[in-house]
Design a binder for this molecule. Structure first.
Ligand SMILES: [Cu+2]
Length: 171
């Protein structure tokens, strides 16, 4: 009886195998790839396409002269200030340490980041975009949303956004 039971268990295990494999594969797609570099000093969370060797632009420079980098593919680095609390589909990043200004980074809804990624270091490759906000729009954002916006003499302001193809986050 004991032998039969063991054989039955083995058969059951073998039968379960074909189902177990695809289920595991499907799950791995959602697992952060950070484990790959577990032996490294820092654990990096990657989303989207791998970051290539586009020129690195310091956060402060990007904000100071956004027109200079607009439309070019660059790598920008900063610290996460806010994350979309609905789906993690955008982050607002600021400079490391002291410093003003922020850039909203979106992912074209191709991937998302953890909603608790606030305060993490952040690096993204993609394109910087500068949009001029009208005087009315600026006033609305400042008055109603409490936004801090550096306005130009005519009351308009440059809003800098970044469309990322890939991001990296680490603590
Ligand atoms: Cu969102």
């Amino acid at each position: 009886m004991k032998t039969f039971f063991a054989a039955a268990l083995l058969a059951a295990a073998a039968a379960a195998q074909p189902h177990a494999v695809p289920a595991q594969d499907a799950h791995q797609q959602h697992t952060p790839k950070a484990q790959e570099s577990a032996s490294g000093a820092e654990e990096v969370l990657r989303r989207g396409e791998p970051i290539g060797d586009s020129s690195r632009v310091a956060f402060a420079d990007a904000l100071k002269e956004p027109q200079r980098y607009a439309g070019k593919t660059v790598v920008i680095e900063g610290v996460v200030r806010r994350v979309c609390q609905a789906e993690g589909c955008w982050v607002e990043i600021g400079p490391k340490g002291e410093g003003e200004g922020s850039v909203r980074v979106t992912f074209d809804h191709k991937f998302s980041v953890p909603k608790d990624a606030s305060e993490m270091n952040f690096r993204a490759e993609g394109k910087l975009k500068v949009k001029t906000l009208s005087k009315e729009r600026v006033e609305h954002l400042v008055k109603d949303d409490g936004a801090k916006i550096k306005t130009k003499p005519d009351g308009t302001a440059d809003e800098v956004t970044f469309l990322a193809t890939g991001v990296e986050l680490w603590k």
